[in-house]
Design a protein around this ligand. Structure first.
Ligand code: AMP
Length: 190
C-alpha cells in the first residue's frame, strides 16, 4: 500500500494537491476537515461538537478526531492506499495512526510537507474565503489562530516523521501544476 500524509499549514494546498494524487495513484482520500464539515452539514453530534472548535480555529480534541479517523480507515476494504490530508495534526494523532495502520499490517510510506511562508498563507486563505463558504476562512483573527495552532501544535509532527526518516519537504510556491509535478517526482523516488 502507498500511504501518504500530505502535511502543511492551512492554505498550503493540501486539498487541491490531494485531488491530483488520488487521481494518479487511486488512493482513498481522508480529509479530517472535510469529514468534520460533512458532519456539521448533517447536524450530527460529532458535527455539533467539532463546530465549536473549528469556528475558533482550534483543534478538535485528539480522542474525538482519532476515533473518527479510525472508523473511516477501517471502513475501506482492500484499499490501494490512503492519502491523509489534515491528519495527523498532533504527535498523539501520529502515534495513534501508526498503531492503527500496524493493526491492518501496513504503515505510513512518507510524510510530504508543503512549505509555504506565512504571508502567502494569509493571502491564500483570504482569497479562498471568497468562494469556500468556510466561516474559518472569512475571519482574519481565526486565520491567524489556525496559523498559530499549526506552529505550536502541528509543526512538531514533522519531527515525529523525521525521526522515522519519512519526512520529505516540498516547495509549496508556484503554480498548482508545478507543485503537483514536485509531488509526483517525490513519490516516484520513494
Ligand atoms: P482543514 O479543513 O484541514 O483546514 O481543517 C479545518 C478545521 O477542522 C481545523 O481548523 C480544525 O478545527 C479541524 N480539524 C481538521 N483536522 C483536524 C485534526 N486532525 N485534528 C484536530 N482538528 C482538526
Amino acid at each position: 500500500m502507498l500511504n501518504i500524509v500530505l502535511f502543511g499549514p492551512p492554505g498550503a494546498g493540501k486539498g487541491t494537491q490531494s485531488e491530483r494524487l488520488i487521481d494518479k495513484y487511486g488512493l482513498v482520500h481522508l480529509s479530517t476537515g472535510d469529514i468534520f464539515r460533512a458532519n456539521i452539514k448533517g447536524e450530527t453530534d460529532l458535527g455539533i461538537l467539532a463546530k465549536s472548535f473549528m469556528d475558533n480555529g482550534q483543534l478538535v480534541p485528539d480522542e474525538v478526531t482519532i476515533n473518527m479517523l479510525k472508523a473511516e480507515v477501517l471502513n475501506h476494504r482492500d484499499p490501494k492506499g490512503f492519502i491523509f490530508d489534515g491528519f495527523p495534526r498532533t504527535n498523539a494523532q501520529a502515534a495513534a495512526l501508526d498503531e492503527l495502520l500496524s493493526e491492518i499490517n501496513t504503515s505510513i510510506t512518507s510524510m510530504i510537507s508543503l512549505d509555504v511562508q506565512e504571508d502567502e498563507l494569509r493571502e491564500r486563505l483570504a482569497n479562498r474565503a471568497k468562494t469556500s463558504g468556510r466561516p474559518d476562512d472569512a475571519n482574519p483573527a481565526v486565520i491567524q489562530n489556525r496559523i498559530d495552532v499549526y506552529k505550536n501544535e502541528t509543526a512538531p509532527v514533522i519531527d515525529y516523521y523525521s525521526a522515522q526518516n519519512k519526512w520529505i519537504k516540498i516547495d509549496g510556491l508556484g503554480t498548482i501544476q508545478d507543485i503537483t509535478n514536485r509531488l509526483f517526482d517525490a513519490i516516484a523516488s520513494l
